[in-house]
Design a protein around this ligand. Structure first.
Ligand SMILES: [Fe+2]
Length: 249
């Protein structure tokens, strides 16, 4: 349990405690972030499917490099940082803000912890062995999306355009912000779990996560981010997205 408490503390400094709460409530199986922790070490989670399971939409080589190089680098960096750097109280908001905004080490922690959390979510929200039929949300989430965006197609269009236009490296998200579904982007490895003054948005309920860093698509799609996004819709794991949505109500 001490391991878990330490991990909560590490997440808490960045306003990320909620991700563990969500992930630990069986709505999504990134509990392996927690389960595999030994001591104060972070552990790269195993993918819940084979590296080639997202073909032809995301190729095996991209998945291997993305997971074993990029995601692993965030985990390794976190483990290279002395645990004492994580040791301050979650509830001490002023101190957290001071560290977040002025301390270079806190920026390194933010970037790498964000990278670890974001990728852990990303893998889980992808569906292996895509079928030829239409991939779309289940009933309750579909209703919510339709209510918010008019139609599912208009939602897809708006999400795709937002992700495509995001300048530079970052992420596109669907969040539930106090009952309102919103499409937002964050830069680098920031995410909506972080405080708004850091990431530009805030929600404890992420429903979709799309990595728009070039490393997510460059090998197969080169500079054509829009093609990567178009194909990503075929492998969205709507079952897990709906579980996150229901958990957010
Ligand atoms: Fe990535």
């Amino acid at each position: 349990m001490n391991d878990r408490r330490d991990f909560f503390k590490k997440l808490g400094i960045l306003g990320l405690t909620s991700v563990v709460t969500k992930l630990n409530s069986q709505t999504i199986s990134v509990e392996n972030i927690l389960d595999k922790i030994s001591g104060n070490s972070f552990v790269l989670p195993q993918l819940p499917y084979a590296y080639n399971a997202l073909e032809p939409f995301i190729d095996e080589e991209t998945m291997r490099i993305h997971h074993l190089k990029h995601h692993k680098a965030y985990v390794d960096k976190l483990n290279s940082i002395s645990s004492t750097k994580f040791n301050f109280e979650i509830s001490d908001q002023a101190k957290c803000n001071e560290l977040k905004l002025s301390n270079a080490e806190s920026t390194i922690i933010k970037n790498n912890l964000g990278g670890h959390v974001n990728h852990s979510l990303f893998w889980e929200l992808l569906k292996p062995n895509p079928k030829a039929d239409i991939n779309q949300p289940n009933a309750k989430l579909l209703d919510a999306i339709t209510k918010q965006f008019g139609t599912y197609e208009s939602f897809k269009k708006q999400f795709s355009e937002t992700a495509t236009k995001h300048f530079g490296s970052g992420w596109c998200w669907l969040i539930n912000e106090r009952g309102i579904l919103k499409i937002v982007t964050t830069s680098n490895q920031d995410n909506p779990y972080m405080p708004k003054e850091i990431s530009g948005c805030h929600s404890t309920s992420i429903l979709l996560a799309l990595d728009v860093w070039e490393h997510a698509y460059y090998l197969k799609y080169q500079n054509k981010r829009v093609d990567y996004i178009t194909n990503w819709w075929n492998i969205v794991n709507w079952e897990k997205s709906e579980a996150l949505y229901l958990n957010s109500l």
